[in-house]
Design a binder for this molecule. Structure first.
Ligand code: F0G
Length: 455
């Protein structure tokens, strides 16, 4: 493919450093576990001299848009076309890309009616190459893993990170090691990791146990960790917000609502918003709100019971297995972005998640259960008058409908809540169910069914 990269950057490529989010210690290098050498807290990537670059920064909007017309892989990537606000690559290093990003922003007319918020949109990150938002972070972190000379990359995962990591490792000629909780992730996600060639270990623990083990492993073996503790992941995931703002012609929405699990994505989106504001690319900050499943509500409890000062871990349990996380690694970063953007944090029940997922599906879009917490959460935020009817709201749908067919089939067949405490209450959702109908193969039977459905 000819290299037609439109790389005339208007702002210097970003020279970066690692900064500890707690003690502020600055470093040019990060340790294997991406923790501060002084105090052990998480690191973030910072850039020098951005505020001064403000007038030049305005030209970026044009360059970023123009790159979409290019045939070069780095320009076609919805992540790397924003490369001036990403860590700079050295020399002519090649990126590992599956042309991630560039995901659509959809109107949600039916959900808008249900919630009473007419200007309601969904940014569908489930339409990334491996079916989740993880790809935007993985292209950056996998590229830097290879640049650092690693042969092995590894992650702990509830499924999507492992699918994404395995794909990018394979594309980049690296081996990958996946640690997932046994029996608690969907087959679709597990099958992706297998197909992309990962060494996949199902550990007899939960996600939090897998992540703890990985943190020890990276200190003992030459493997590069690709969880969202890795700050390169969050830099890539920032581009979700840039792309969204571009799609809204740089008029910030009033609210962005995102699911919260390990809390990397909310942290990344919030960081992007603050940086765009610093660069003068947007006039004001949208409120970024995080929604959690009630059974995995560590951030909700941390804010309500400890005023965001110390983490309150929980024993996580939810059918939205992607966010079945009780000890979120990036909780401090998430608290910080909630404060910076004046966002809210809410929790939603299993029934509310199932209902919202079916409502998004009925729009012809669909998403996985963890993504549907956003719509369920919006309903609560409207009730609390935190979101007003005249405001513009964007829900971030993080994963594809096909990521968890068991949940969808269970819902429509009516067995999702069977035998659980929610069984009685779930009857209220019967109107949303569309179970498959088994018929004799006769014209009459099909016509009768059609007539029945018309009633
Ligand atoms: N939605 C989906 C579909 C996810 O897969 C995840 C996280 C989240 C939301 C939460 O995002 O962790 O950044 O707050 N999945 C991880 C994984 C943890 O291993 O795939 P977060």
């Amino acid at each position: 493919m000819p290299n037609l990269s439109t790389s005339t950057p208007s702002v210097r490529e970003a020279a970066f450093r690692f900064r500890c989010i707690a003690c502020g210690d600055l470093n040019d290098n990060a340790s294997q576990n991406f923790r501060c050498r002084q105090c052990g807290d998480l690191l973030e990537i910072t850039y020098r001299g951005w505020k001064k670059a403000e007038p030049e920064a305005r030209n970026l909007k044009g360059s970023w848009r123009q790159r979409r017309l290019s045939q070069s892989a780095v320009d076609q990537s919805g992540v790397w076309r924003f490369r001036e606000v990403l860590p700079a690559l050295v020399g002519d290093a090649e990126v590992i890309t599956l042309r991630e990003g560039n995901t659509p922003l959809y109107e949600l007319p039916q959900c808008a009616r249900i919630t009473g918020v007419p200007r309601l949109f969904a940014k569908h990150q489930g339409l990334n190459p491996t079916g989740s938002f993880k790809d935007a972070g993985m292209t950056v972190a996998a590229t830097f893993a290879r640049l650092s000379g690693f042969r092995w990359v590894a992650c702990a995962s509830t499924g999507n990170t492992s699918a994404s990591m395995a794909a990018y490792a394979a594309r980049g000629g690296m081996r990958s090691l996946v640690l997932v909780p046994e029996g608690k992730i969907s087959w679709s996600k597990l099958s992706q990791a297998l197909d992309y060639g990962a060494v996949t270990c199902q550990l007899r623990t939960d996600f939090d146990g897998c992540l703890r083990l990985l943190q020890e492993l990276v200190l003992r073996a030459p493997v590069y960790q690709l969880n969202s503790i890795n700050p390169f992941r969050l830099e890539g995931q920032k581009t979700l917000a840039l792309e969204l703002l571009e799609q809204l012609d740089w008029q910030p929405p009033d609210h962005i609502i995102v699911p919260g699990g390990n809390l990397g994505n909310s942290s990344a989106i919030g960081k992007a918003l603050v940086e765009m504001s610093d660069l003068g690319l947007i006039s004001h900050l949208p409120k970024l709100s995080v929604i959690q499943a009630e059974g995995a509500n560590a951030l909700v409890r941390t804010l309500r019971e400890a005023a965001g000062k110390r983490l309150i871990s929980v024993q996580a349990e939810t059918r939205a297995t992607a966010v079945r996380i009780g000890n979120p690694a990036s909780w401090k970063k998430a608290v910080h972005v909630l404060e910076a953007t004046s966002g809210a944090c809410e929790q939603v029940t299993e029934i509310e998640i199932a209902q919202a997922k079916a409502e998004i599906g009925a729009e012809g879009i669909g998403c996985e259960p963890a993504s549907a917490v956003t719509l369920a959460g919006l309903k609560k935020l409207v009730k609390q008058c935190f979101v007003k009817p005249e405001e513009t709201v964007v829900l971030v749908l993080t994963g594809n409908l096909l990521k968890d067919p068991d949940f969808t089939m269970g819902f429509h067949r009516g067995d999702l809540f069977k035998g659980s405490a929610d069984e009685g209450a779930s009857a209220a959702l019967n109107g949303l169910r569309r179970p498959p109908i088994v018929l004799d193969a006769t014209l009459e039977a099909v016509i009768r069914t059609l007539e029945q459905a018309e009633k």
